[in-house]
Write a protein that binds this ligand. Sequence first.
Ligand code: SDX
Length: 429
Amino acid sequence: MEKQRVATLTMDDGRTIELPILSGTLGPDVLDIHNIGKLGLFTYDPAFFATASCTSAITYIDGDAGLLYYRGYPIEQLAEKSDFLEVCYLLLNGELPSAAQKAEFSGFITKHTMVHDQLARFFNGFRRDAHPMAVMVGVVGALSAFYHDSLDINNSQHREISAHRLLAKVPTLAAMAYKYNVGEPFMYPKNKFGYVENFLYMMFGTPTEEYVPNPVLVRALERIFILHADHEQNASTSTVRLAGSSGANPFACVASGIAALWGPAHGGANEAALKMLEEIGDVSRVKDYVQGVKDKKYKLMGFGHRVYKNMDPRAAVMRQTCYEVLKELKLESNKLFELAMELEKTALSDPYFIERKLYPNVDFYSGIVLRAIGIPTSMFTVIFAVARTIGWVSQWNEMIADADHKIGRPRQLYRGAVKRDFVPVNKRR
Ligand code: SDX
C-alpha cells in the first residue's frame, strides 16, 4: 500500500499539522486542507486562484499546455468528428453513446423540446427591448414552477428527466426570447429537425414560409455548441454547484448559472468582443486601441483567461470555423475577421500581452461566426448559455450523485469593526 504523501505546515509558534497530498488522474496534486481548522486557521484565496472546490471526472484543462478534454476526449477531435447531442451524452454519462444509445437519447431530447404553453405568457411581462439574458434568467427559473413531478434530486431518474428537460427546453426558450425581442411569433419546435437545425428553425423560421436549414450554418453552430459545452469549475458552473449544494432544484440552479454567465468578464465577453471590434472599426486603428489597453483604459475583450496561459484550444478551432464559414458564405472580405486577426497578431507580438500570457480565448472569434450566422449581438451570450446548459447540468448531477456532498459554505477573513455597544441617536455625533 503506497504511503500517504503529506505536506507539513509548521506555524511560527512551532505547532505543526500534516496536510495530505492528493493526486488526480491528470493535472496538479492538491493539498487537502479540510483539517486545518485544528490549528484554528482558515485558508485565504479570494477568487479561488489556487483552490480546487471539488473532485470531478467531467472536464480537464491544462492551462499551460492549452489542453481541453471532455471525459478524456480532446476538444479538437470532438469539434471535428462529433455532434452536439453526442457530446451532451458524453458529458452527462461519461462515455460516448452506442448507435442505439445515441438514437434513444436524441429521441428523449426531441420529445421534450416543447414548453408548457403557459410559459409563453411570462414573456409578456418583459419590455420588448429587454436584454435576452434578463429574459432567460426569468423564464428558465420559472421552469421549476412546471415540473413538480420530478424534483426529488436524490432520485437519479428525476435528475435524468430534469437534465433531459433542461437540455431540450433551453433552446426553445432562447429562440422565444429572440422572437419576443424582434416581435415575431414564437415557432414551435419541429421533431423532424435535429437539435441545432431545430434551434435555427425556431430562431429564423416564420409561419409564412417553409424553413430550409443551411448545412454550413448548422455545422458552424454545432461546433460552437460543442466548444462551449463545459469548462470545469468556471464562475457560472461554480455558481450552479453552490446553488445545487443547498438542494435547490436544477431549473433554479441553471437560472443562477445563466445570471453568472452574463457578466462581461465571463460569458458576456463574446458580445463585448464583437462590440469592441465594431468600435475599433478599421485595421488602421488597431495600434491606438492596443495602446489604450496597455494604458489600462479598458481590457481587450476575448483575450486572457484565468486558466489558459497559452492559446485557448477553443479559440484556434473557432478561428478555423470563422474562416470556413466566411469562405462558404463568400464573406471572405469580412472586415471584422480581418480586424480580429490583425488585433491578435498585434497583441501576440507585444511584450505587454506576452508577459501577462494573454491569448485569445473562446470569445474572441465566436462573435464573428455568430454574426455570420445571422444571430444578433444581444443573443451571443444566450447562445453560450444554450451550449453550457449541458455542462452545468452534468456538473450538478455529478455533485448530487455523490452521497457525501455537503452544502458549500466558504468562510472569510473578517476586517470589520470589533465589538462595540449601541449608541442612541441623540448621543451620536
Ligand atoms: C470565459 O473560467 C472559464 O473557464 C471561463 C470560460 C468558460 O468557458 O467558462 O473560459 C469562458 O469567460 C472566457 C473569458 C472571457 N472574458 C474575457 O475575454 C474578458 C477579458 N478578459 C479578462 O477580463 C480576464 O482575462 C479574465 C477575467 C478572463 C481573467 O482575469 P484574471 O485571471 O482574474 O487575471 P487578472 O485580471 O488578474 O489579469 C492579470 C493581468 C492584469 O494586469 P496587471 O494588473 O498584472 O498589470 O493581465 C491583465 C490584467 O489587467 N489582463 C488584461 C486582460 N486580461 C487580463 N489586460 C488587458 N486585456 C485583457 N483581456
